[in-house]
Design a binder for this molecule. Structure first.
Ligand SMILES: *Cc1c(COP(=O)(O)O)cnc(C)c1O
Length: 448
C-alpha cells in the first residue's frame, strides 16, 4: 500500500487526468441526487476485504458517485450559496493533499502558516482591522461563529468573575442558523431581535428590556454582514457604538457577504466592521476557494488564544512566542486549508478578486432589473449584495417546487424556493463570475 510503484504511477496519471478533465468542463454537468437504492444497484459494495483496485474505484466514482453530486460551480446553480473556486485554488488543493503538512503549529507547518497568515492579513486589511489582528482558517462559518463566540464568553467570564453563569447572546431574526446552533452547543441562551436588519437602536432597546440578571450574563452581539436569505448587512456602525458603550463583544458573521469588502461598489455598506472583536468570511462561498475554508479573524488574537489553546504534556513543546493556528479555534490537527486561497491570491493578485466580486454584483443587479421587467415576476425585497429574491405571481408552493425539480432534472439550472415572512418565493445567489446575464435570462424565460 505504501509504495509508489508502476501501478501507482498509472493510477496517479488517471487521477490527474480525471481532475484536469473536470476542470476543463465549461460548464460542468449539473448532475442530480440519486436514491440510496439506485446507488446501491450501480455502485454496490465498494469497501471489501481485497479492495477493488484503484482503477475500478476511480471508475465507480466517475461513473456513479460523482454524477450523484451536484456541481456547485455550475454557472446556473444559484440556490443556497454556491461556490466558484478558481482553477489555481483547485490545483493547489491537490498540492496541499500531496504535501502532508500539519498546519496546526508553527513548529511543524511554518511555511504554510506564514502563507495562510498573509491571506488572512489581506482579509483583515479589507475589514480595516489593526495590525495586531489575526486568526485561522477553519472548516466553515459554523465552526468560525462557534469559536468566536466561545472566545467572547471566555473573555466575559474572565472579566466578570461569573465563571459558572450561563451566558446570553443577542442576535437577529436574519442571522444564520449556526449562531443559534452555537449557543446550543455552548449551553448559552440567545435573544433574537425581530426584523431582517439588526440595528444599534434595536440592540439598545433589547438590552434595556432585559432584567438585571439577564443583563449581567449578556456577553456578545452576533451581527451579520450579508444575511444568507436576503443579503442584508446589519447596521454595523450603530451596533459597534452600543457594544462599546455596554462593554459587549461585537461579532460580525460575514460568511457569505464578507467577500463584498473586496468590491468598491458596496464597501461603504460594511462601515463599522473595523470595530468588531471578531469577524468571519467563508472563502469557499464568494472568495473563490474550494471547500472547506472559513477565515476567522480576531481584533486581538490573544482573546482567541486564551479560550482555545489546549494543554497537555505532549503539546507544551509547541508553545513559546510563536504563532500556532490551533490556538485560535475549537480544533487541533488541521489541514492547511488556507493555502488554496493563498496560492490563487499569490497567482492572480488581489485586484482580480475585486473585479470578480464586482462581476457577480453586476449580474445580480441585471437579474433584479430583468425580474422587474418580467410580466409574471416581482421583487420581494430590494436586491442586496448578490442576492435577488422574487415571486412568480399566482404560484403556490407546489408550483415553485415542481418548477425547481424540473429544471434540475433537465440539468438546466438549480434554483430552489425559499421562504420570506412565511411566503414561498424564489431566490438567486450569484457568486460565480461565470454566471452570465444570459444564464439569468434563460432561467427567467422558464417562468413566463
Ligand atoms: C453559510 C453561512 C454560515 C455557515 O457557514 P458554513 O461554512 O456552511 O458552516 C454562517 N453564516 C452565514 C451568514 C452564512 O451565509
Amino acid at each position: 500500500m505504501h509504495s509508489f510503484n508502476d501501478d501507482m504511477e498509472t493510477l496517479a496519471k488517471a487521477v490527474m487526468q480525471y481532475s484536469l478533465d473536470r476542470m476543463r468542463m465549461d460548464p460542468p454537468p449539473m448532475d442530480a441526487p440519486a436514491t440510496e437504492v439506485e446507488l446501491e444497484s450501480k455502485a454496490g459494495q465498494t469497501v471489501t476485504e481485497a479492495g477493488l483496485g484503484g482503477t475500478e474505484a476511480l471508475r465507480v466514482f466517475s461513473d456513479v458517485l460523482a454524477p450523484a453530486c451536484l456541481s456547485v460551480d455550475h454557472p446556473r446553480l444559484l440556490a443556497f450559496v454556491p461556490a466558484a473556486p478558481t482553477e489555481a485554488s483547485i490545483l493547489f488543493d491537490l498540492v496541499v493533499g500531496a504535501s502532508s503538512i500539519y498546519a496546526g503549529s508553527w513548529l511543524e507547518g511554518a511555511g504554510a502558516v506564514y502563507a495562510e497568515n498573509q491571506a488572512l492579513r489581506w482579509i483583515a486589511d479589507l475589514a480595516g482591522f489593526p495590525t495586531g489582528a489575526g486568526g485561522v482558517f477553519v472548516a466553515g462559518g459554523t465552526a468560525g461563529n462557534l469559536s468566536a463566540l466561545v472566545a467572547a464568553r471566555h473573555q466575559w467570564r474572565d472579566r466578570s468573575g461569573l465563571g459558572k453563569t450561563r451566558g446570553l447572546v443577542i442576535s437577529s431574526a436574519g442571522a444564520h442558523a449556526s449562531i443559534a446552533q452555537a449557543t446550543r452547543v455552548m449551553d448559552a441562551d440567545i435573544v433574537t431581535v425581530p426584523g431582517h436588519r439588526l440595528t444599534g437602536a434595536g440592540v439598545a432597546e433589547t438590552i434595556a428590556q432585559l432584567d438585571p440578571d439577564d443583563r449581567a450574563r449578556l456577553f456578545a452581539v452576533a451581527s451579520t454582514a450579508g444575511t444568507t436569505n436576503i443579503g442584508i448587512i446589519d447596521d454595523l456602525e450603530g451596533i459597534a457604538d452600543v457594544c462599546e458603550r455596554e462593554s459587549l463583544w461585537f461579532h460580525v458573521d460575514g460568511a457569505y457577504g464578507g467577500a463584498g469588502l473586496a468590491a468598491p461598489s458596496v464597501r461603504a455598506q460594511f462601515n463599522g466592521i473595523e470595530r468588531a472583536d471578531s469577524f468571519i468570511v467563508d472563502p469557499h462561498k464568494w472568495l473563490f476557494a474550494p471547500f472547506d475554508c472559513c477565515a476567522l479573524i480576531y481584533r486581538d488574537p490573544e482573546t482567541g488564544r486564551r479560550a482555545h489553546r489546549q494543554h497537555g504534556d505532549y503539546l507544551e513543546v509547541l508553545y513559546g512566542g510563536i504563532w500556532n493556528p490551533s490556538d485560535y479555534a475549537h480544533h487541533l490537527s488541521r489541514r492547511a486549508r488556507g493555502l488554496p486561497l493563498w496560492f490563487s491570491l499569490a497567482t492572480h493578485g488581489t485586484k482580480a478578486y475585486s473585479d470578480a466580486v464586482e462581476t457577480t454584483l453586476s449580474v445580480a443587479r441585471a437579474a433584479a432589473s430583468l425580474v422587474q421587467d418580467h410580466p409574471n415576476l416581482e421583487l420581494v425585497v430590494e436586491q442586496c449584495l448578490s442576492i435577488v429574491m422574487f415571486r412568480r405571481k399566482g404560484w403556490t408552493p407546489e408550483d415553485y417546487q415542481a418548477w425547481s425539480n424540473d429544471l434540475m432534472r433537465r440539468g438546466e439550472a438549480f434554483v430552489t424556493p425559499t421562504k420570506h415572512e412565511g411566503e414561498t418565493v424564489l431566490r438567486f445567489c450569484v457568486v460565480n463570475p461565470r454566471t452570465r446575464v444570459e444564464d439569468i435570462e434563460f432561467i427567467l424565460d422558464s417562468l413566463r
